[in-house]
Design a protein around this ligand. Structure first.
Ligand code: BTX
Length: 323
């Protein structure tokens, strides 16, 4: 509710401080009894709140959840994540986001689930999304850009996630074109950008982000154990998912703003600085065959350029890359 958002924003602004019942009541425009009711609701949700006479309320601990309330506490964005649709278990957050996109929800609306039973990657590949261990979310954007430029948003999201991982864990992540984020050579995040478009304009873009956060090695199915990793495996300690989500929102909002104002160039430079494959010999598996050569860089449309042994340059629009 709007009042709940105001309450969490007040706790965000006065981080670690006590807020008196009267202060809160005045701020959100309700009675002190209603304040008490809101506090009780938060407790029911798993928040630990301390109440001290003549001082007020203070949040001691949040539940480790990815609900709208928990993400809201500490969120300082203007657009991304201002509206959150949380559901405990869904088929795929992408599907829900597509539906909401048609309902004209505002840009920056996010669908988040604690678990996906039918999470998807590119080409309908399955994305393993077990309960309570990862970040499974889809962000709705409404950029005013021509269709051929939309792959740039995947690259933008990859930069945002890489920066957010460093913000939260201090770990140095790398990007593998087009959409994998790696830690120590293993996939920690996948990004899936889908769009609804008319012939001449983008109606909306759904940016799907799947991040492995607190899985142990044994939580991954056997076939993923050698190629996938999680933030906690690499950091060696528990990582708070809501904090990761807020960091992604903050970084994404900044980069998206930069992109709309200055175009793709600044994003491209950042992307290249985080990319693992550039300058290396890679194998690209495309629909039309396998191309082996040196990855030269990306174009302004996000196309990967590979120079093969004979000096021919190939434009790669879609492929899986092996380094
Ligand atoms: P992708 O096609 O690049 O990668 C899919 C491949 O990654 C799979 O075939 C498998 O080998 C591997 N994989 C599957 N699950 C995991 C995992 N948890 N960690 C590491 N590797 C894995 C990448 O597609 C894009 C994924 C986007 C996922 C988000 S989650 C929120 C949103 N909802 C949804 O259904 N998809 C997106």
């Amino acid at each position: 509710s709007a009042l709940r958002k105001k309450l969490l924003d007040a706790f965000t602004e006065h981080e670690g401080e006590y807020l008196s019942g009267q202060y809160i009541a005045d701020l959100i425009g309700c009675s002190r009894t209603a304040v008490w009711k809101h506090i009780e609701d938060l407790r029911q949700e798993g928040f630990e709140l301390e109440a001290i006479r003549r001082k007020g309320y203070r949040i001691l601990k949040t539940p480790d959840q990815v609900t709208a309330n928990e993400i809201r506490l500490g969120l300082k964005t203007k657009m991304i994540g201002q509206r959150i649709h949380y559901q405990e278990s869904v088929d795929s957050t992408q599907k829900i986001a597509h539906r909401l996109g048609f309902e004209n929800v505002p840009e920056g609306t996010v669908v988040i689930a604690d678990e996906q039973t039918g999470g998807r990657g590119r080409l309908e590949r399955a994305w393993h999304s077990p309960k309570s261990t990862g970040v499974w979310m889809s962000i709705i954007l409404r950029p005013n850009i021509p269709i051929p430029k939309t792959p740039q948003l995947t690259l933008l999201a990859a930069v945002a996630v890489t920066q957010a991982i460093e913000d939260c864990t201090g770990l140095e992540a790398h990007i593998k074109w087009p959409n994998d984020i790696l830690l120590n050579g293993k996939k920690v995040t996948g990004i899936l950008t889908e769009l609804q478009a008319e012939p001449d304009r983008v109606h909306f873009v759904i940016m799907g982000i799947g991040m492995n956060v607190n899985q142990t090695k044994m939580d991954f199915p056997a076939e993923l154990q050698s190629i996938a990793t999680s933030l906690s495996i690499e950091k060696g300690s528990f990582v708070n998912r809501a904090e990761v989500i807020r960091a992604v929102f903050h970084r994404l909002e900044n980069l998206y703003q930069l992109y709309l104002e200055k175009g793709f160039l600044p994003i491209k430079l950042l992307w290249e600085s985080y990319a693992v494959s550039i300058g290396k010999v890679v194998t690209a598996r495309t629909f039309s065959g396998v191309i082996k050569g040196r990855a030269m860089g990306i174009t302004d449309d996000g196309v990967l350029k590979i120079e093969d042994e004979d000096g021919n340059v190939h434009d790669i629009y879609s492929a899986d890359i092996e380094i």
